[in-house]
Write a protein that binds this ligand. Structure first.
Ligand code: HQG
Length: 195
């Protein structure tokens, strides 16, 4: 998404659809986390960030992480993951691959070592299917990036529940520290972060 104004609108859309729908005076459906596109467009206008249906479609189509999806009839839209508002994405539990990754900042390690991965302000812990993606996620937090190999298959066999978002992010409620392969943690110093 090269266009800066589109990029800004997309960031605002993510705020609305994941965290603060009320900031443009809309609500998300509890089941599925959907917003009505008509209401969203009206709300954006009220908030001084007018957006046409065409622009919305372009944002959805060009978002590099596939963050948003339209309902099959095109009347609703939702963020695929990343929510802090208590909606139910209605995802089915699914068996994860043996290994997933979590990218984070080195300063969180002591706490993660003690209490595992917590969902913090979001609904779920977010896990990446590969180290390269986790590296980008971790770099968002600044400082030294740390890649944690997550023993997802083992946790699943032990009763851990996993979901996969529409855009391929793996989600779980929390991950006990013993399911991190601490012997294979990778450190990336001074990661530049550009999105
Ligand atoms: C850390 C982006 C201390 C965790 C990304 C992370 C992702 C702990 C931070 C999605 C902890 C939360 C989510 C513990 C976890 N003690 N720190 N026990 N447990 N943490 O942003 O995973 O670009 O809420 O390691 O691509 O970084 O927005 O989660 O550093 O998919 O679409 O607490 O957000 O997607 O940070 O990122 P976040 P995240 P978008």
């Amino acid at each position: 998404m090269a266009d800066l104004s589109l990029k800004r609108l997309s960031v605002f859309l993510s705020l609305v659809l994941r965290h603060k729908p009320d900031c443009i005076g809309i609500t998300l459906e509890q089941k599925g986390g959907w917003a009505q596109v008509d209401e969203l467009l009206l709300g954006m206008e009220r908030a001084g960030k007018p957006m046409t249906r065409e622009i919305l479609e372009e944002i959805v189509r060009t978002d590099e992480k596939g963050r948003y999806t339209f309902s099959p009839d095109g009347k609703k839209i939702r963020a695929c993951q990343g929510h802090s508002v208590p909606i139910d994405l209605e995802l089915e539990p699914v068996a994860p691959p043996e290994l997933l990754w979590h990218g984070t900042a080195a300063r969180t390690l002591e706490s993660i070592h003690r209490e595992g991965l917590q969902h913090m302000s979001r609904q779920y812990v977010h896990l990446s299917p590969d180290a390269a993606t986790a590296r980008k996620v971790g770099a968002r937090h600044g400082g030294t990036t740390v890649l944690l190999p997550v023993l997802a298959g083992q946790y699943h066999r032990d009763g851990g529940v996993f979901y996969r978002s529409d855009n391929g992010v793996w989600l779980t409620s929390m991950l006990p520290p013993r399911y991190i392969d601490w012997s294979a943690v990778q450190y990336i110093e001074k990661e530049p972060y550009h999105e």
